[in-house]
Design a protein around this ligand. Sequence first.
Ligand SMILES: [Zn+2]
Length: 370
Amino acid sequence: MKKSILFSLALSFSSNVFAGWTSGGGELIKDSNNPWFVENTKEVRYCTLIDTNNFSASEALINKVITKALDYWKKDFSKNMILDLGASGYGITKQEFIKEECTDNTDLRFQFGVLTTKQKSYLVDPTKYVGIAVRTHYDQVNLKGKGFIYISPDNGPLKFNIKEKMPNPWSQGDGGILHKVLTHELGHVFGIAHTNATSTHLMTIDFPEQTLRDTGYFDVNIGHLRGFFGYNKIDHQAFCNLKDEEKEYLQIKPEVKCIGLKHSAHTNKLHLYHVENGVYKAPLHTFHFGSSTMTQSTIVKIWLPKEQKVFNSTRQVLNGHNLSRITAFGGLPSSDRSVNKTLYIDFNPLTESIKFFNNGNQEFELRVLK
Ligand SMILES: [Zn+2]
């Protein structure tokens, strides 16, 4: 789903007709980005609506992809929730998802190329969307949402306005492209907002569009997505305008304008890159992760309305950690062996930053963009 935050606000608040409607992604206003289902919700009733004339994937393939996308998040949350959300994980993704015929009480509608008149007018121009998750109701007592995920058809008048790399993408590669896009939209249902920093790009704002533009015949493997939680925040953010002494500390040449850091999941190392015009060039150094204090930032936040009766908390926002710190060390080829250069990365949600240390003393700090 691609649109500006301002546009989102206009969509959310411009008209009483759409009171309570909010669409996944940008907004971080009060409960608008809360997961639709938390620990008091044990079952989610979902249904599917398919425009079989214009949506190329078959019903059987669609059902398979929905199951895969749900499994993806169930697995990702269960693997990472202790680090990220605390032991309970607030019950996100723990529900049993039960398919039914669409009724007024259905919690989650998957709509493949199908929109009601009201939904069409909410989206204004549906062809601008490859996919979108729209929450149409939110119960502030039970913290339960209700709404629909719309995936644009790949044919017909409502077809997305994107130059796709292959025709009929939704039916290609055993549903692999559809899986990626649907998983993105489902991420919003589970409370994940857009981020500009994951190595999978899964929850970046233009992930659905990019997937259609870029995905060729050899990259449609279902299950191709890598885990989401471990690779956020710092990957894909370049840091520019380094001071001379910071460059000296990092032992990078004066002409290097921007640097970036990427975490390699396979080796559990942090690589420092020379970044030029957004492109990650030569790796400059490698840092090794410390094992003891590695935690990750909280991606899912639950804003608690005062009416809520689910969590016994005096806090207004629930999340896993107020301060998470990844410690990485070593890697700088210092000529002076007595100098122990250690890199700390703080994921304090208030002051997200990367702090560089020298023999235990902080040298400088790079701020991570929101
Ligand atoms: Zn999105």
